[in-house]
Write a new protein. Structure first.
Length: 295
């Protein structure tokens, strides 16, 4: 089985997750009662067994903002004890006057490779995270994102297609920083009009050579493991971006709400199988190795 890097997975402790405590908070992936609990690295490794995934990149999960360093410290400790994850994407608040004090606190953790602040906004209120659709080009956000290059960090960019024109402005103005589009731009359905708008958004962002994308979270809006939808995303993304700018991510345990890890991997590998061996190597290993530099 072809080896792979999982460029987007999570583990957590329930007590540290504000959205897992108290009343249910609406999330874009729908009801999540089955994962309102600890999801430790041991369970992830059990889910992952036999998949061919040899390395993994942890991506932040919205701990309380003031605990941004605690999250990365928890992951570094987990890696030191278990060997997983192999790279960490933490959180930093890009809306503050100067993000550098936060970044400098995170830089002492050897596996830190990038940060994510979710900037996605949608006309459907349940899909929103950012307070405004144009937060992605807020002057302070742009100024702070530009500072990441001084630390050699990437930025995980989460946007919907309608925001991608503004996204191109942010990415193009920071050419020395790698940007990774979360969930490949979050296609919300396979309706032809929706797919065309999503493709147009990808074409817009593709103009920036420092833009990469994750083939992850593809069940987010349909709440199922849909091989046809996954294949649609793979085919379009390879055509528009090229496989050397794409990487696989499981988005576990979110996708565990509707799929087994084995079933998810089978659907992703089937979608890639119609493409060349070089494309498959890029998607499942080379791109993530280049961008995230997993230990």
């Amino acid at each position: 089985m072809q080896k792979a890097i999982d460029s987007h997975f999570h583990i957590w402790r329930q007590k540290d997750q504000p959205w897992l405590m108290g009343p249910m908070v609406p999330r874009i992936f729908g009801p999540y009662e089955p994962i309102r609990r600890d999801y430790p690295i041991g369970e992830f490794l059990e889910d992952n067994e036999g998949s061919g995934v040899e390395k993994g990149v942890y991506v932040q999960t919205n701990w309380a903002k003031e605990d941004f360093e605690k999250e990365v410290a928890f992951l570094q400790k987990t890696a030191d004890e278990t060997g997983w994850p192999h790279a960490i994407v933490g959180y930093a608040d890009m809306t503050v006057d100067d993000v550098r004090p936060q970044i400098e606190r995170l830089m002492k953790y050897p596996l830190l490779r990038g940060v994510r602040m979710q900037l996605h906004w949608h006309e459907v209120s349940e899909y929103r995270f950012a307070p405004d659709e144009r937060q992605v080009i807020d002057a302070m956000v742009k100024k702070n994102v530009a500072r990441l290059k001084d630390y050699g960090l990437s930025f995980d960019l989460q946007l919907f297609p309608a925001q991608m024109k503004d996204g191109l402005e942010l990415v193009s103005e920071t050419p020395d920083t790698d940007f990774i589009l979360t969930h490949c731009g979050m296609l919300t359905s396979s309706e032809p009009e929706t797919v065309e708008a999503w493709k147009d958004g990808l074409r817009t962002l593709a103009k920036a050579p420092n833009l990469y994308a994750k083939l992850s979270g593809l069940g987010t809006f349909v709440h199922r493991n849909d091989p046809a939808l996954i294949a649609l995303v793979y085919d379009a993304a390879i055509e528009i971006l090229g496989s050397d700018r794409l990487m696989f991510g499981s988005n576990f345990p979110i996708e565990k709400l509707w799929a087994s890890h084995a079933g998810l991997m089978a659907a992703h590998r089937a979608a890639a199988a119609k493409h060349s061996a070089a494309d498959q190597a890029n998607i499942f290993w080379n791109t993530a190795e280049k961008v995230y530099r997993p230990a």
